[in-house]
Design a protein around this ligand. Structure first.
Ligand SMILES: [Zn+2]
Length: 399
């Protein structure tokens, strides 16, 4: 999609405003949409017909009960004809999936990383994306764009990965290189959006959650790295340099254990997978996997149990601090460390409840990620929808 001139931008703003309203309130009629948006009924009718023809919206078979005369036809988002591609670039794996406009997974594919250098990862990613694009098109779906979540700080407008410390990447022109690789596979003209992995996971919860999603929404991602994505008033909160949400490097203890970032006592040095593994095994080499730690917990290994509960309590401290910094309507916890289950999560919960009791305040809504291990890939697809539905705010992001 290329937007040229004010007229077509204005038209796109109006069209996408209609889609956003229908997304928030499925079942509205054309007349309701005119009321909600302030557009004339004839404009709404024209635009809605376009949106139906293009696969954004669908008329429901069930007629809403109305008064005498022509009954209004309820509209909803069409999950059957368009598709979004989302990719999760993790430290050892690539996962790519295609989802419908309503967030259902249509197809997915995952592979271990073929190497650590950016050009190898980008080429491999292009191949996987190419496969899914072809599949989606064979299935008769029109694609809207490609979103990518990467574990690092991203300059959003440029599509550049500024710094991904755990991948040892710096200043990688991710979007333009992915675009070149995709073009060589015959995939062209799809907008590509790159964003931090926890930011896109937050968008996944926001875009595909039941409306209205509580605000602000915080997604707290727990893996080797620890970080957060924050959505405030319909926007990702990115900060002045795009580093907002690096909560894994907020300090929880003076003179605490050394963190990957060089500081001491960071949250990641207590809650990150590497930190938990080191605490259990007594050394930093050969990080224990989540599955291995789970097996130790199942065997009621005392050392593992103590270490995991301790990490859970620090998670409680971190969420308590986020609660006070942001006054969130909802905190979502995701990432592989959550799979440690009850010993970890219950410790966090009772720590938090104690803080809430001490200050006589009600905790915010705290829940596990809706899409589990797919949170980042589905979130990356949600990023595409989020940007396309807001042409005014993101018009400079167009390729
Ligand atoms: Zn740190």
């Amino acid at each position: 999609m290329t937007i040229t001139g004010d007229q077509s931008l204005l038209r796109e703003i109006n069209r996408m405003a209609l889609v956003r309203v229908v997304q928030r309130q499925p079942g509205l009629s054309r007349a309701d949409l005119a009321k909600e948006t302030g557009l004339t009924k004839s404009t709404v009718s024209l635009l809605v017909q376009d949106l139906i023809d293009e696969g954004w919206m669908v008329e429901s078979d069930v007629q809403a009960t109305g008064t005498a005369g022509r009954r209004p036809t309820p509209l909803s988002i069409d999950g059957s004809r368009l598709a979004l591609i989302g990719a999760d670039v993790s430290l050892d794996n690539l996962s790519v999936l295609a989802v419908s406009l309503t967030g259902e997974v249509i197809s997915e594919i995952a592979e271990p990383l073929a190497g650590g250098r950016p050009e190898i990862v980008i080429r491999q990613l292009a191949r996987l994306v190419g496969n899914l694009v072809e599949q989606a098109r064979r299935g008769g779906r029109r694609l809207l764009g490609i979103g990518v979540g990467v574990p690092g700080a991203v300059l959003t407008q440029q599509g550049v990965v500024k710094l991904a410390p755990n991948l040892a990447w710096r200043d990688v022109a991710f979007r333009s290189e992915l675009s070149i690789e995709l073009a060589s596979l015959g995939v062209e003209d799809l907008p590509i959006f790159v964003q931090n992995d926890f930011d896109v996971a937050a968008l996944g919860e926001y875009e595909f959650g039941e409306a209205p999603v509580p605000d602000p929404l915080i997604y707290l991602g727990l893996g080797v790295g620890v970080g957060a994505g924050v959505v405030v008033r319909d926007r990702l909160f990115l900060g002045a340099d795009g580093f907002a949400g690096e909560v894994g490097h907020s300090i929880l203890q003076l003179e605490g254990p050394v963190c990957s970032c060089g500081r001491r006592g960071c949250a990641e040095a207590f809650i990150g997978l590497k930190a938990i593994s080191t605490r259990i095994s007594g050394h930093a080499e050969d990080m224990l996997s989540v599955e291995t730690i789970r097996r130790l917990l199942d065997r009621e290994d005392e050392g593992a149990l103590l270490s995991v509960k301790r990490a859970g309590r620090y998670l409680g401290v971190l969420i308590q601090n986020l609660w006070m910094y942001f006054n969130p309507g909802r905190v979502v916890i995701g990432g592989p460390v959550c799979e440690l289950g009850a010993p970890f999560l219950d410790a966090a919960r009772s720590c938090l409840e104690a803080y809430a009791q001490d200050c006589a305040l009600q905790l915010p809504d705290i829940r596990l990620a809706r899409f589990g291990t797919r949170s980042i890939a589905i979130g990356a697809a949600a990023l595409v929808r989020h940007v396309l539905l807001r042409p005014m705010e993101f018009r400079f992001h167009e390729r």
